[in-house]
Design a protein around this ligand. Structure first.
Ligand code: SAM
Length: 304
């Protein structure tokens, strides 16, 4: 049977197509379209609603940067909430920290967890069965609106702001995340391809600036997220989190981790907060706007 080419369909004006030498699983769940396939370059690829979520060849980049930047910035992260992240990659990295006592994963679609275990178990790597892990299959928006639990770190590992993930990019959601943070807690969210979608970076930054004392977006280079720099956004009321020195970061890593990492380093942590000039202006303007009452979030419908 000839190979099938599977397209990313998120972008209105351009598409990326990956050759599927084998489609391992494809289903429309109650929440989204899920397809998992093999590609000679990328390994196994997960797409949700036509957007590449991960590839087994380079998932380490995003998952390490999503987890270790906030956790290493925190002096003693014990209770962590991951919203989304059903592939288990962020949860796996969170649990590497010996300081973590409890990790709650709130994932809306059980299918993503089940298919991770079946097709790329090396990504969750036992994280779902760790005694510190609690898995809740529910909508992250409802969870943060109703829980009384408090967390030192909340990591929003959502998909793009379409489909079930759209609510995870709203002020309502982020305001409730803030409510769920323990004193001195830190919130991180994925914030899209910054050079292609600066409005997404600006929108989340405005909302964060309207809610928190400190906003610090940072970048990683995630090869399978085609289109350049991939932004993550960090917010906290604790001044000490932004600008943690390399020596402190290295000490925390040595104290907490029992094996080496593949991407995150103390100097990469620090460097990730450095922006190209144009994006720095986007961020600074958004912070000023957010601080002066303009808390408009990002409207993805305007870009697809
Ligand atoms: N790390 C990759 C990335 O950032 O593109 C993958 C993210 S992970 C696969 C996104 C997860 O968010 C999916 O498993 C999806 O089911 C889940 N999700 C989407 N909307 C959600 C919601 N409202 N509440 C909880 N989980 C949600």
């Amino acid at each position: 049977m000839s190979d099938r080419w599977i397209e990313e369909t998120f972008h209105a004006d351009w598409r990326v197509s990956l050759r599927a030498t084998e489609v391992l699983h494809e289903v429309k769940t109650d929440h989204q379209h899920v397809v998992i396939f093999e590609n000679p370059t990328w390994g196994k690829v997960l797409m949700l609603d036509g957007v590449t979520q991960l590839s087994t060849s380079d998932e380490i980049v995003y998952h390490e940067m999503m987890a270790h930047v906030p956790l290493m910035a925190h002096p003693n992260p014990e209770n962590v909430l991951v919203i989304g992240g059903g592939d288990g990659g962020v949860l796996r990295e969170v649990l590497r920290h010996s300081s973590v006592k409890k990790a709650v994963l709130v994932e809306i679609d059980r299918e993503v967890i089940d298919t991770a275990l079946k097709f790329y178990p090396q990504i969750p790597k036992g994280a779902f069965d760790d005694p510190r892990t609690e898995i809740l299959i529910t909508n992250g928006l409802e969870y943060v609106a109703n829980t009384d639990d408090k967390f030192d770190c909340i990591i929003v590992d959502s998909s793009e702001p379409i489909g079930p993930s759209a609510v995870l990019h709203t002020k309502e959601f982020f305001a409730d995340c803030k409510r769920c943070l323990a004193k001195g807690g830190v919130l991180v969210t994925q914030n899209g391809l910054a050079q292609l979608f600066p409005d997404h970076l600006a929108g989340t930054t405005r909302v964060f600036a309207s809610l928190f004392e400190h906003v610090a977006p940072y970048m990683c280079h995630q090869p399978c997220y085609f289109g350049g720099l991939f932004a993550l956004n960090l917010a906290t009321d604790e001044a000490a989190f932004t600008g943690v020195d390399c020596k402190t970061l290295a000490t925390r890593a040595a104290e907490r981790l029992s094996s080496h990492l593949h991407y995150w380093t103390p100097s990469l942590h620090q460097g990730a907060f450095a922006f190209p000039a144009d994006l720095e202006r986007v961020v600074n303007e958004a912070i000023t706007a957010g601080r002066s009452g303009d808390d408009r979030g990002y409207d993805a419908t305007a870009s697809v």
